[in-house]
Design a protein around this ligand. Structure first.
Ligand code: NAI
Length: 344
């Protein structure tokens, strides 16, 4: 079986080669992203493997179907880059629902600590033998309130980490997790309460029509002055322009961004020798209280291995058994018979 693997990076190959060989799947790695212009590369393959910044719109789906390709194996959890409504009934869309919630939650905490304890500044200062502490004052996490939006796999690990720091947790989820609210240190609240009472807000929900720009000018106005925003989920959860304005006006005290609205134009690539045309991104990066990482929260050895193993097993499940527990479905009218009750 041959799979066209788009947006391939050197760090993807060892795990995919290992599990591919074990299960009899041959991956052909294409560095280019999957989109309307590159979809022809999939010709002659049995399936395609795509990642977060590949574009799987109706044109790409139609073309894949015309080529007789029935499998789109996403090697990620989020699927906002796939037109799921259009894909339904045409192509099997598989995903990796969880590969390491620890990787993402630990990265969120790493960014938070870096930002509020000025580690990014200290690293540069001491490299230059500047041992001054001026401007380096941070604040304790102990006793602070963290608002966690989305209490799924990653959100819950992040909550555990925050509890280890002695923080109080206010949680919001469209589908609250049973048994998480202890009525004391972890409480589910309305979104407006979370905005009003949190010192730090961390986003761990998927990108949907409802969550698009969940952090915007209006919600920032409801937040405490000096709130710290962490986004390791999907870029468009935050209105980047509104965030920039709030950083400039000092309403937002710091931002930790592993994802960015327009990241597909930049993230995962080296632009160090180029003029970056995106003024919002450039201005955000120039801020002393903004940390940007390039969608790297997932990037641990454990996660890469889990991603490859689950992707390969998904493809084998589907081709051998005709079904796969990690197949996505979409409640489009009455056509989806999903029993999970969590169709997006
Ligand atoms: P999950 O599916 O386990 O949890 C998502 C939670 O969000 C669920 O509890 C769900 O009920 C909740 N939710 C759904 N709609 C909501 C809404 N409108 N408002 C509030 N909550 C809502 O997903 P998991 O594994 O925890 O991942 C969370 C997100 O993290 C993914 O959607 C993905 O976008 C992002 N992610 C980022 C990575 C990175 O490298 N930066 C890597 C992996 C995931």
């Amino acid at each position: 079986m041959k799979i066209a693997f788009f947006d391939a990076k050197p760090y993807d190959r060892p795990s995919f080669d290992k599990y591919g060989e074990e299960y009899g799947i041959k991956f052909k790695y294409f560095e280019t992203k999957l989109n309307e212009d590159t979809v022809e590369l999939a010709h002659g393959f049995d399936g395609v493997c795509a990642f977060v910044n590949d574009t799987v719109n109706s044109v790409v789906i139609d073309r894949l179907c015309e080529m007789g390709i029935e499998i789109l194996a996403l090697r990620c959890a989020g699927f906002n880059n796939v037109d799921m409504k259009y894909a339904f009934g045409k192509i099997h869309v598989l995903r990796v629902p969880a590969y390491s919630p620890y990787a993402v939650a630990e990265h969120a905490m790493a960014m938070l600590l870096t930002s509020i304890r000025r580690i990014h500044k200290a690293y540069i200062r001491t490299k230059d033998f500047n041992f001054s502490l001026n401007g380096m004052t941070g604040f304790d996490l102990h006793g602070k309130t963290v608002g966690v939006i989305g209490t799924g796999r990653i959100g819950r690990v992040f909550i555990d980490i925050c509890r280890g720091f002695g923080m109080k947790v206010l949680a919001y989820d469209k589908y609250p997790a049973e048994g998480l609210d202890n009525g004391d240190t972890i409480r589910y609240v309305e979104l407006d309460t979370l905005f009003a009472e949190s010192d730090i807000i961390s986003l761990h929900c998927p990108l949907t029509e409802e969550t698009d720009h969940i952090i915007d000018e209006k919600s920032i106005e409801k937040c405490k002055k000096g709130v710290v925003i962490i986004n390791t989920s999907r870029g468009a959860l935050v209105d980047a322009e509104a965030l920039l304005n709030a950083i400039k006006s000092r309403r937002v005290g710091a931002a930790c961004l592993d994802v960015y609205e327009e990241e597909s134009d930049f993230f995962f690539e080296d632009f160090s020798g180029h003029i970056v045309e995106d003024d919002t991104l450039a201005r955000l990066i120039s801020m002393p209280n903004v940390i940007v990482t390039s969608h790297q929260a997932f990037l641990t050895e454990e996660a890469l291995s889990n991603i490859a193993e689950t992707t390969v097993k998904n493809i084998i499940d589907l081709t051998k058994n005709g079904k796969c527990p990690n197949e996505l479905c979409y409640r489009a009218g009455t056509t989806c018979d999903c029993k999970k009750g969590k169709c997006f």
